[in-house]
Design a protein around this ligand. Sequence first.
Ligand code: SAH
Ligand code: MG
Length: 221
Amino acid sequence: MSDHAASARRRQLIELARSTRGFMPDNEGEALLDAAARAGRAFPRPLLVEIGAWCGKSTIYLGCAAEETGGVLFSVDHHRGSEENQVGWEHHDPDLVDPTDGRIDTLPHWRRSVATAGLEACVVGVVGDSPTVAARWRTPLAFCFIDGGHGEEPAWADYRGWAPLVAEGGWLAIHDVFEDPAEGGRPPYDLWRHALASGQFVEDGREGSLRILRKVATTPP
Ligand code: SAH
Ligand code: MG
C-alpha cells in the first residue's frame, strides 16, 4: 500500500472509531492507536490483545494498528457489560439490552463495528471471561490494553492475568487512570502505580486517562 493510501485508510478508521459508541475520547483513541502501531512494528507477526471491547470503539483503533503492522488483535469481552453498565448504574444504555432475556448484549454491536470497518481479517473476538482466557493464554503479547471491569476485583484480576503475558520489550496500556480521586475510581490508577513500582514496566506515554507502559527486558541480549 502506498503511503498515501495507508494514511487515507488510517483517517477512515479514525473517523469510524469516533462515530462508534463507547468510552474512548478521540485524543486518547489516537494515542492508543499510535502506541499499538509502535508495538506492532517492534515485533514480527505482532499479537495485540484488548480487554474490554464494549461496542468496538477501541477495537477499531487497535484493529487499525494490527492491520498496519501485519498483526492480529484478539478482543476479549464477555459482552455482558461491567458492573457500572448494569441497570441503575451511571453507564447504562437501555438499547443494549437483549429483550429475550433482559441482559446486556454488546456482541452484535461489536461485530457490526468490526465488519463495517473492514477489519475482520485482523480482529478476532474472544467472547468470555477475561481471567479465564488469560489463565490459558500462552503466546507473548506485543501490546495489551486493559479496559475491562473497573471494580477492585476485576481490574486486579485483569492485571494479574495479562501483565505477565506481555513480551519483554512489549507494551501495556491501561485506561481510566485518574490521579485525582474526584475524577474516577481508584483501581486503574492503583494498577498503573503498581506496574511502575514493580520495576517491570516503565512509563512510555500518556494521554488523558490513558497510560502507556513498556515492559523492561530482563534477559541479557
Ligand atoms: N474499550 C471500550 C470500553 C470497554 S467497557 C470502548 O472503547 O468503548 C468495559 C467492558 O469490559 C465491557 O464491555 C464489559 O463487558 C467488559 N468486561 C467487564 N468484566 C469483564 C470480564 N471479567 N471478562 C470479559 N469482559 C469483561
Ligand atoms: Mg475505559
